[in-house]
Write a protein that binds this ligand. Structure first.
Ligand code: FES
Ligand code: FES
Length: 250
């Protein structure tokens, strides 16, 4: 059957079997950012955003659980649709979307298999709630299983991206400075509850351990962006299942 879809803003006219799943159709068309994980709706790696029109916010759906025919005429967003000028599923180009950038910079990407789906789930959240709580972020990411990160960094990345998109960039953990402890201030004059009794005042000082001066290094001891983080955040072909030379017979 003939199908008309809109993927990342581009109209797509395709020929597909009646029972073709959206996941398979998108990957066949080169959108390898849509990952093939479990086939039964459990892992969320195949998530895309679906909207009835170009102006409505997308809803997260697992593309392995939908027939392509069910989304005829709808607007589909894959990871290739985020960020700068994207070239039809194969070569995303910078600049990155704030979410992609935050995932790269906070170290939220390990193997990267779940990353496109996590970023899309986060985008759906930020489109409807620009100032989410940590609990809302965790809830939004809960449908995408991640074996690697433990979710700490992805949650941090989403909160960071949200603040950048709102224009009130919150400080990262490394930027936080603790209030200085004033060792010289007088101890408050506290009266004993029993008149005439002596009041014993004590102050427990924290033990300070000063790290000996280190020679400045260029790489060691400094955060580094993962070498393939940008590629993974854009959903570019990176895994064995994604390697397909256009036009090959098998
Ligand atoms: Fe796992 Fe679709 S492939 S939910
Ligand atoms: Fe590896 Fe999430 S599954 S980064």
């Amino acid at each position: 059957m003939k199908l008309s879809l809109n993927v990342n803003g581009d109209p797509l006219e395709i020929e597909a079997k009646v029972n073709a799943r959206l996941l398979d159709v998108l990957r066949r068309e080169g959108y390898f950012g849509v990952k093939h994980g479990c086939d039964d709706g459990t892992c969320g790696a195949c998530a895309v955003l679906i909207a009835p029109d170009a102006n409505s916010p997308g809803k997260v759906v697992n593309s392995c659980m939908l027939l392509a025919a069910q989304v005829e005429g709808m607007f589909i967003t894959t990871i290739e649709g985020l960020g700068g000028v994207q070239q039809h599923g194969w070569k995303g180009t910078e600049p990155l979307h704030a979410l992609q950038q935050a995932f790269v910079e906070t170290g939220a990407i390990q193997c990267g298999y779940c990353t496109p789906a996590q970023i899309l789930a986060a985008k759906a959240l930020l489109d409807r709630e620009p100032n989410p709580t940590e609990a809302q972020v965790r809830d939004a990411l809960a449908g995408v299983l991640c074996r690697c990160t433990g979710y700490v960094k992805p949650v941090e990345a989403v909160l960071e991206a949200a603040s950048i998109l709102r224009g009130d960039r919150r400080p990262l953990a490394g930027d936080l400075s603790l209030p200085a402890f004033d060792f010289q201030s007088p101890i408050p004059n506290i009266q004993s509850p029993n008149e005439g009794e002596p009041l014993i005042q004590t102050r427990v000082l924290p033990k300070l351990v000063v790290t000996p001066a280190q020679t400045e290094t260029h790489i060691v001891g400094k955060p580094e962006v993962k070498v393939d983080a940008v590629k993974l955040a854009q959903g570019k072909p990176a895994f064995t299942d994604d390697i397909e030379l256009r036009g090959m017979l098998h």
